[in-house]
Design a protein around this ligand. Structure first.
Ligand code: GLC
Length: 483
């Protein structure tokens, strides 16, 4: 099996702003367990806590071409719990607060991709597959093709692009093509290349030039092939359909284990679900909610943005609050949803606890204490909260989209199968109806414990998915001759 280098901008535990960081931090370890060599490379961002930087080893320095200029690059290495990670250092580009959203992002990530390509012969490791993640690293395959392919050591390199969310594409003005990427317009600024309505699109570059494209669930892989879900990249994706694979994300089952989680008041497993309630009592106490273990606790651990279905919640909040339940929300996001929840928590004291911040320990307590997790997303490539909730025996209530559809099987009272509840249409009344249906079963002493056990026994470890990635990598080896 060929060695793989994950080229990304985040990897837990070093630096993480979203689910992509969890994937890049955990999947290489699981590939390692399958006998593969998989390592990671990241920008040395100013947001990486100093405790990590202090332990990095300096491997060397060199220059990187960005258009007509040459920029400094320092190369560092860090090993932690079986994960080997390299870091690209350039303080001008990366020593900032925040990872994305700067006026010079086109340049920062053009630099980063070239720096990774320049770093390859200087690593103490020879990857044969470069696995890129999201738009920040998606121009690497085209830079490889144009500027490196004929150099020694680069000719057999293969590339994989994983799309974690097609909403984010990295669209920049046309002059980026020549000025930063040094690509010829006639050859690359085409409908099947980087031209995106007269602009340059970094994600599109990856879709056009990577050997294989993957995304984070089977349903999402289908959705992005349609005009509704493809964010104007569906045409090109359809042309590459034979090279597109949906592989659902797993979670790190050691990191998220209610039987071992020190954040919890009381640890429990699927054999001792009665103990779960003690966590609820503690959480109600901590959040100033009435201590009523028999009242169903509905949780949302989410970014508070439209795509996560917050407007559905806003529309039926009154009706929701009229039900016999407590609602606990944790997360930050758009100002309008943050203030909607703050105001509502004053209107419905004792029913709604709005925690407008993020805190890992509190999130674990909420997963462990809640009975239901609400995730009515408009779109969800994979989603991680529903997987953690299942592991902690909190039943997900989800809209059937993307990874939510692939991981939550709606409870069927006739066959007894299922590990959650779901609705099809993005509609507040359907969501409310589904919550009510879930509450009905919550009060059924025979059904509910079985459902909690079924949820906790669902397998979302990385093992199966890592095997699928290994197959994708193998396929690249097999196709080598024809390139
Ligand atoms: C993005 C997607 C999310 C997915 C994560 C990891 O954040 O929005 O659904 O779980 O990437 O792939």
């Amino acid at each position: 099996m060929k060695p793989v280098l994950f080229v990304a901008t985040e990897a837990a535990p070093f630096i993480k702003t979203g689910g992509m960081g969890d994937v890049v931090g955990s999947l290489p370890k699981e590939l390692g367990r399958l006998g593969m060599e998989a390592r990671v490379i990241l920008p040395k961002s100013g947001d990486i806590p100093s405790r990590w930087c202090e332990n990095m080893v300096f491997l060397g320095q060199f220059d990187v071409p960005v258009g007509w200029r040459r920029q400094y690059c320092g190369l560092f290495k860090l090993e932690h719990q079986g994960l080997t990670c390299y870091f690209i250092d350039n303080e001008y580009y990366f020593k900032r607060q925040g990872l994305y959203g700067f006026g010079d992002d086109a340049e920062r990530f053009a630099y980063y991709c070239r720096a990774v390509l320049e770093a390859l012969p200087r690593l103490d490791f020879q990857p044969q597959i470069l696995h890129c993640h999201d738009w920040h690293t998606a121009v690497l395959p085209v830079l490889l093709e144009e500027h490196y392919r004929r150099r020694e050591g680069y000719s057999a390199l293969r590339t994989v692009l994983t799309i974690h969310n097609i909403e984010y594409q990295g669209v920049f003005e046309r002059k980026v093509l020549g000025d930063l990427l040094e690509l010829d317009e006639a050859k690359y600024f085409t409908a099947d290349g980087l031209d995106f309505f007269g602009n340059v699109n970094y994600l599109k570059a990856g879709i056009a030039f990577a050997d294989v494209i993957t995304t984070v669930s089977k349903s999402y892989a289908q959705e992005i092939l349609t005009p509704e879900g493809g964010r104007q990249l569906d045409g090109l994706l359809r042309r590459r359909e034979g090279d597109l694979f949906g592989i659902v994300n797993g979670i790190d089952c050691e990191l998220y284990n209610p039987g071992r989680d020190d954040s919890l008041a009381v640890k429990y497993t699927h054999r001792s679900i009665g103990r779960k309630q003690m966590n609820k009592i503690k959480l109600q106490e901590q959040l100033g909610l009435p201590i009523k273990p028999e009242t169903p606790l509905l949780a949302m651990v989410s970014r508070l943005v439209e795509a996560k279905g917050l407007d559905l919640v806003a529309e039926v909040l009154e009706e929701l609050m009229a039900l016999d339940l407590q609602l606990v929300v944790l997360g930050t996001g758009e100002e309008k949803y943050e203030s909607m929840l703050r105001v509502a928590s004053h209107r419905f004291p004792g029913k709604l606890s709005a925690n407008i911040f993020f805190d890992d320990t509190l999130s674990r307590k909420i997963y462990a204490s809640s009975d239901l997790l609400l995730m009515p997303s408009l779109a969800e490539p994979c989603g991680i909260s529903q997987l953690i909730a299942l592991r902690y025996g909190s039943l997900p209530v989800v809209r059937e989209t993307g990874g939510l559809k692939d991981t939550v099987l709606p409870y069927n009272e006739y066959t007894g199968t299922g590990n959650g509840f779901s609705f099809t249409h993005y509609n507040p009344q359907d969501m409310l109806h589904t919550i009510k249906r879930a509450l009905k079963f919550f009060h059924d002493q025979e059904v509910w414990p079985e459902l909690v056990k079924a949820a906790m026994s669902s397998d979302f470890s990385w093992h199966k998915s890592a095997l699928e990635y290994a197959k994708v990598y193998e396929r690249l080896q097999a196709s080598e001759g024809k390139a």
